[in-house]
Ligand binder design. Structure first.
Ligand SMILES: NC(=O)c1ccc[n+]([C@@H]2O[C@H](COP(=O)([O-])OP(=O)(O)OC[C@H]3O[C@@H](n4cnc5c(N)ncnc54)[C@H](OP(=O)(O)O)[C@@H]3O)[C@@H](O)[C@H]2O)c1
Length: 377
């Protein structure tokens, strides 16, 4: 097939843009003649070019500009304007606070009929900024996952195009590709996206940060608490840690650039205060009535589903422990959850979250899927 597209990602030296560059090279390089990745820093661009070169499936060159065996030229540059001028597809993956400025600086240089997309976690202002031109095809997106995943199967991707774009062949191509990859595609307006996301993301983030900060204020020892608690508590603490470990700038921007957030904020504080008042007044009747009202008739369905979902997670985690318990001196298979690398060896023992193989190697159980193999004795 003829290679037709020139794609530019602003900025692709880190975070989501870098993940996207790799994903595009892996899945679309047969359609691409040129991929341009921009960044702010020459040295970082060189490093990323080198990194792409050492990943065999990406096939770029250490100089950053080369025809790999996939025949796709990869260009690394700090010049955003030059990078968009010849591109057929431009994708903005810019920290939220800089998105508007970068779109405004580069949009006038994009050629007519180009496809222009973004991955910004807030859709209102970025969609408006891209839509000032009516001679380009604007496809705003919000992938609801971080740049750490292997594939997009099962992941949610929100698309917020204008109605007239929904029937364009470019939009349908992207949508069909995502569906074929088994991603969950959600199509809504950018306003509706921001309204829902204010609850889905901000309420979750606020909750996580408040839990962590409260524990800190109480001088609570998380490590000790993990010795005598349920898997659900461990799951909750792990989720809190996962959020806290990521880029605080992104969290700040998600809150401060979404106009819908303040209402959610105020409802959260009022609810917390309400439960606090019931407990401090020892008003058990009111406390129970509030919980029952929250659960309600319709929301009960989600309580039941939540029970089953978390039961399944607990089942899967305890199943791993069972396999280890039943397979001392048997051969087991460990598959790394990040690299998918497999290790087959005899299990000597497992203890305190560690797997000891007869080879002398020690692995952390959380980073591996454990599978039964065959009994060699
Ligand atoms: N991260 C996620 O989980 C996630 C998920 C979905 C969507 N998104 C969206 O993806 C977009 C990018 O977010 P991200 O988390 O990938 O951001 P990031 O990791 O902070 O940075 C991504 C890129 O922006 C560059 N950059 C950062 N600050 C800059 C500045 N002040 N001036 C010039 N360049 C700068 C970085 O360059 P250097 O390499 O030089 O630092 C890097 O190339 C955002 O719109 C976000 O909403 C993110």
């Amino acid at each position: 097939m003829k290679k037709i597209y020139k794609i530019t990602i602003l900025w692709g030296t880190d975070g989501f843009g870098k993940w996207l560059a790799e994903y595009i090279l892996e899945h679309f390089s047969r359609y691409i003649s040129e991929l341009t990745i921009t960044g702010r820093n020459e040295k970082k661009l060189e490093q990323v070019a080198m990194e792409f070169h050492t990943k065999p499936h990406l096939n770029s060159s250490p100089q950053g500009e080369n025809e790999g065996t996939r025949n796709c030229k990869i260009i690394f540059t700090t010049d955003n304007i030059e990078a968009v001028q010849n591109a057929d597809i431009v994708i903005y993956s810019v920290p939220i606070s800089k998105t508007q400025q970068v779109i405004e600086e580069t949009l006038p240089y994009i050629k007519t009929s180009a496809i222009v997309s973004d991955v910004t976690s807030i859709k209102g202002f970025s969609s408006r900024a891209m839509s000032v031109r009516d001679d380009i095809i604007v496809i705003p997106t919000h992938p609801m996952f971080g740049p750490y995943i292997q594939g997009i199967a099962g992941q949610v991707i929100v698309l917020t195009p204008e109605i007239y774009i929904k029937t364009s062949k470019e939009y349908l191509f992207l949508r069909n590709f995502l569906l074929q990859e088994k991603a969950k595609v959600v199509e809504v307006s950018s306003q509706e996206h921001d309204r829902i996301i204010a609850v889905v993301q901000w309420l979750t983030h606020l909750n996580m940060f408040v839990i962590w900060e409260t524990m800190k204020r109480l001088n609570f020892h998380i490590g000790e608490s993990l010795n005598f608690v349920s898997p659900i508590y461990k799951l909750m603490i792990s989720s809190v840690g996962r959020y806290l470990g990521q880029n605080p700038e992104l969290y700040a921007d998600i809150q401060m650039y979404n106009e819908e957030v303040i209402e959610v904020h105020e409802a959260f504080l009022e609810t917390a205060k309400n439960f606090h008042t019931s407990v401090s007044m020892k008003d058990k009747k009111k406390f129970i009535a509030d919980v029952e009202e929250a659960r309600g008739f319709i929301w009960k369905k989600y309580c039941d589903e939540g029970q089953v979902y978390t039961d399944k997670l607990i089942y899967m985690l305890s199943r791993q422990q069972e396999i280890l318990k039943n397979n001392i001196w048997n051969k087991i298979e460990l598959q790394n959850i990040y690299s998918w690398e497999k290790i087959n060896w005899v299990l000597e023992k497992h203890d305190n979250g560690k797997i000891f193989l007869k080879s002398g190697e020690i692995y952390t159980i959380d980073e591996y899927e454990v599978r039964e193999k065959w009994n060699i004795f």
